[in-house]
Design a protein around this ligand. Structure first.
Ligand code: FAD
Ligand code: DHB
Length: 394
C-alpha cells in the first residue's frame, strides 16, 4: 500500500543544492522532505568540486555549516595560467579584493548531511522510480519507492535539485522546455593522491599535448586533471603514464617539484555546457545541475548550484513568511541571467585552455593572443579574476 506524506517543499536530490536548500528553509521554519536515489555514504564520497567562491563560503557559513570549512579550507589569493610553458599569475586578491577557498565537495556534503541529521530532517535515501506529478496543481506530488514500499510526498512546491540526469527537468513538458547545449570533444581524467600539491596555488596549463590542472584538497592531498579523449579507457591510464603526461604538460620547472604516488581515485568526466529554460514550471523549481552544466574549467558548477539555492530559498521564504510571491515569479529570470554569465566564463576559459582537435592555425593563434592579452592587460586579467571569485548574486 502506498504511504502519503505531506510537507511544504519536496526536495528531489541530496547533493549540495538539495541539502543546502533544506538547511536554509529549515532555518526559516519551512518543512522539507529530501529524497535521493543514492545513500548517504555514496553521496558523501562522490569526488567532484574543489574550489569555493567567497559567496559560497558565506552562504554555507550563514546556513550554520561554516565552522570546519573556516578551519580546514585553504584560502587562495591567486592561481596560475600557463600557455606553452609561459606562466602568468592571476592575482585574485589584488585584482578583486577577494579570494577563493579550496574545500572539497565531499566535505561540503558531509557538513550539510551532519547538520540536517542533527536537526532531524526527514530523508528518503536509496529510493527508486522517482516521479514528480501535478506540477501545475496546488498540491504537486513526488512518487517513489523506498525499501520496497510506494511513497507519495504531497507538497506546496517541488525543488528539482536532482542533477543533470534527474527526473525533475524531464517532467517539464517538452513544448515548454528549451535547452541549449555544447558538448566538447574531450574529457578530463582526474586523479587524487595522498601527496603534497606541486604548487601552493592552482595551475591551469594549456600545452600542445593538451590541458592539465594541478589542484589540491589539502596540504597533503593533491588533485590533478588531464585533458583526454571522451572515449578513452581508465585502464589505459596506469599511474605511471598519468605522471609522465602531467610532467610534460606542466613543464620541467614545475614537474621538478611534483610528488607522485599511487592514486586512490581515477575517473573520466565529459565536458559539457548546458542550460534549460525556464527554471520554474508551475510549482516546480529547478536548481543546480538539474538546470545547467558548465565545463569544469572555471570551477563553477558547485558555486552555481549554491547561488541558485540562495535565490530559491529567498523566494520560498518570502512566500511563506511575507506572503510575497515576487521572488517566486522572477526566480527563473533572475537565476538564468546569472547562469548565462557563468556559462560564458566557463566556456571562455575552456576554449582558451584546451587543445581542440579541429582548431585551425588561426584559432590556435587566437588562443595565444588571448593568453598574451590576459598576461599583458590588467583589465583583461581583472575580468578573469572577477568571474573566478564569483559574480554578485544578481
Ligand atoms: P548533484 O551533486 O548532481 O546532486 C544531485 C542529486 O540528485 C544526486 O545526489 C543524485 O543522486 C540525485 N538524484 C538524481 N536522480 C535522482 C532521482 N531519480 N531520484 C532522486 N534523486 C536523484 N564545481 C565547482 O563549483 N567547482 C569545481 O571545482 C568543480 N569540479 C568538478 C569536477 C568534476 C570532475 C565534476 C564531475 C564536477 C565538478 N564540479 C565543480 C561540478 C559540481 O560537482 C556540480 O555542479 C555539483 O555537484 C552540482 O550540485 P547539485 O546538487 O546541483 O547536483
Ligand atoms: C578543481 C576542479 C576544477 O574544475 C577546477 O577548475 C579547479 C579545481 C578540483 O577538483 O580541485
Amino acid at each position: 500500500m502506498t504511504r502519503t506524506l505531506r510537507t511544504q517543499v519536496a526536495v528531489i536530490g541530496a547533493g549540495p543544492a538539495g541539502l543546502l536548500l533544506s538547511q536554509l528553509l529549515a532555518g526559516a521554519g519551512i518543512e522539507t522532505v529530501v529524497i535521493d536515489r543514492k545513500d548517504r555514504a555514496y553521496i558523501e564520497g562522490r569526488i567532484r568540486a574543489g574550489v569555493l567562491e567567497q559567496g559560497t563560503v558565506d552562504a554555507l557559513s550563514e546556513a550554520g555549516v561554516g565552522d570546519r570549512l573556516r578551519r580546514e579550507g585553504l584560502v587562495h589569493d591567486g592561481f596560475d595560467l600557463c600557455f606553452d610553458g609561459d606562466r602568468h599569475r592571476i592575482d585574485l586578491r589584488a585584482l578583486t579584493g577577494k579570494s577563493v577557498t579550496v574545500y572539497g565537495q565531499t566535505e561540503v556534503t558531509k557538513d550539510l548531511f551532519q547538520r540536517r541529521f542533527a536537526q532531524a530532517q526527514q530523508f528518503f535515501l536509496g529510493v527508486s522510480d522517482t516521479r514528480p506529478e501535478g506540477l501545475k496543481d496546488a498540491r504537486p506530488r513526488v512518487h517513489f519507492t523506498h525499501e520496497g514500499r510506494g511513497i507519495t510526498v504531497e507538497a506546496d512546491f517541488i525543488a528539482g535539485c536532482d542533477g543533470f540526469h534527474g527526473p525533475a527537468r524531464q517532467s517539464i513538458p517538452p513544448e515548454v522546455l528549451r535547452t541549449f547545449e555544447r558538448v566538447y570533444p574531450f574529457g578530463w581524467l582526474g586523479i587524487m593522491v595522498e601527496k603534497p600539491p606541486v604548487s601552493h596555488e592552482l595551475i591551469y596549463a594549456n600545452h600542445a599535448r593538451g590541458f592539465a590542472l594541478a589542484s589540491m584538497r589539502s596540504q597533503t592531498r593533491s588533485r590533478y586533471y588531464l585533458q583526454c579523449g571522451v572515449q578513452e579507457n581508465i585502464a589505459d591510464w596506469p599511474d605511471e603514464r598519468f605522471w609522465e603526461e602531467l610532467s610534460l604538460r606542466l613543464g620541467p620547472d614545475t614537474a621538478a617539484s611534483l610528488q607522485t604516488g599511487a592514486s586512490f581515485e581515477k575517473s573520466i568526466a565529459p565536458l559539457r555546457s548546458f542550460v534549460a529554460e525556464p527554471m520554474r514550471y508551475g510549482n516546480l523549481f529547478l536548481a543546480g545541475d538539474a538546470a545547467h552544466i558548465v565545463p569544469p574549467t572555471g570551477a563553477k558548477g558547485l558555486n552555481l548550484a549554491v547561488a541558485d539555492v540562495q535565490l530559491l530559498s529567498r523566494a520560498l521564504i518570502a512566500h511563506y513568511r511575507d506572503n510575497n510571491d515576487h521572488y517566486i515569479d522572477t526566480y527563473s529570470q533572475t537565476v538564468l541571467s546569472r547562469v548565462w554569465k557563468v556559462e560564458r566564463f566557463s566556456w571562455q576559459l575552456s576554449t582558451l585552455m584546451h587543445q581542440f582537435p579541429d582548431n585551425s592555425p588561426f584559432e590556435q593563434r587566437m588562443q595565444r593572443a588571448e593568453f598574451d592579452y590576459i598576461a599583458g592587460s590588467e583589465a583583461a586579467a581583472r575580468s578573469i579574476a572577477e568571474n573566478y571569485v564569483g559574480l554578485p548574486l544578481e
